[in-house]
Design a binder for this molecule. Structure first.
Ligand code: ADP
Ligand code: MG
Length: 241
């Protein structure tokens, strides 16, 4: 079977109104992403990376244009439809992990699983499986404060996987991590992409990280400046920053 287009940005524009001033966060963005791709979006601060990811993740809607996901235009979804889209289709990973501090790693993952699965035994089994998948089975009963930054981020990845998302989105996932630790996080994401064929869109200001992507979208001032194709993406372990 040939690769399928999963995501289409068609003339996407996002303008923020700040009092009298209009901020053009994205201008006429056009790009297609194929099912199973590992996409890295790079660009300096303010270039529109987070805006792009928030539109993809249904956290915000574009001002104009079409955003086609699996054949459906989500650009005009209302709040309710966006909530359902986010819940069913999107796994989000953030720079500061956003784990619940009063829950253990396992409970953080279970909490996300309970939104999609009502069978308690299955929730427990699957939470452990997901923590195993990110190499954290031994840390399942630790609280976030008892985990290193890299371990917290891997817990957040396990949590994002709970709903078996169509697309995994990561906004500066290594931005708060030393590069040795950050590489382990990137390794996990690379494995999820390669072994499970999961589509990943990772945003970073760090151009070195672009080398692990199948393609690298370079943003400048809300526009795609150019797109690089990596015929042979680097292994996460080879990245230095
Ligand atoms: N909620 C908002 N209100 C007003 N302006 C915003 C908002 N979010 C982002 N912007 C502006 O849009 C531009 C792109 O921001 P962003 O997507 O966060 O960039 P990046 O993630 O690449 O740093 C910036 O000029 C930023 O100030
Ligand atoms: Mg940002």
């Amino acid at each position: 079977m040939s690769a399928q287009t999963l995501i289409q940005f068609k003339q996407i524009t996002k303008t923020y109104q700040m009092g009298e001033v209009q901020v053009h966060a994205l201008q006429n963005m056009n790009v297609e992403i194929t099912d199973g791709e590992f996409i890295v979006i790079v660009g300096p601060s303010g270039s529109g990376k987070t805006t792009t990811l928030n539109l993809l993740g249904g956290l915000d809607s574009p001002t104009s244009g079409e955003l086609i996901i699996s054949g459906t235009d989500v650009a005009h979804y209302d709040e309710k439809a966006l909530t359902t889209y986010r819940r069913d289709k999107i796994g989000f990973i953030f720079q500061f992990f956003n784990l619940l501090p009063t829950l253990t790693a396992r409970e953080n993952v279970e909490f996300a699983l309970e939104l999609v699965e009502s069978n308690g035994t299955q929730v427990q089994d699957r939470a452990l499986n997901l923590l195993e998948k990110v190499g954290l089975a031994e840390r399942a009963d630790h609280f976030p404060s008892q985990l290193s930054g890299g371990e917290q981020q891997r817990t957040a990845i396990a949590r994002a996987l709970a709903k078996n998302p169509l697309i995994l989105l990561a906004d500066e996932p290594t931005g708060n991590l030393d590069f040795r630790v950050g590489r382990k996080v990137l390794r996990v994401m690379q494995d999820l992409n390669r072994q499970d064929g999961r589509t990943v869109v990772l945003v970073t200001h760090n151009t070195a990280i672009g080398q692990i992507g199948d393609r690298v979208i370079h943003l400048r001032d809300g526009n795609i400046a150019h797109i690089d194709v990596n015929e042979k993406p680097l292994e996460a372990e080879a990245i230095e920053w």
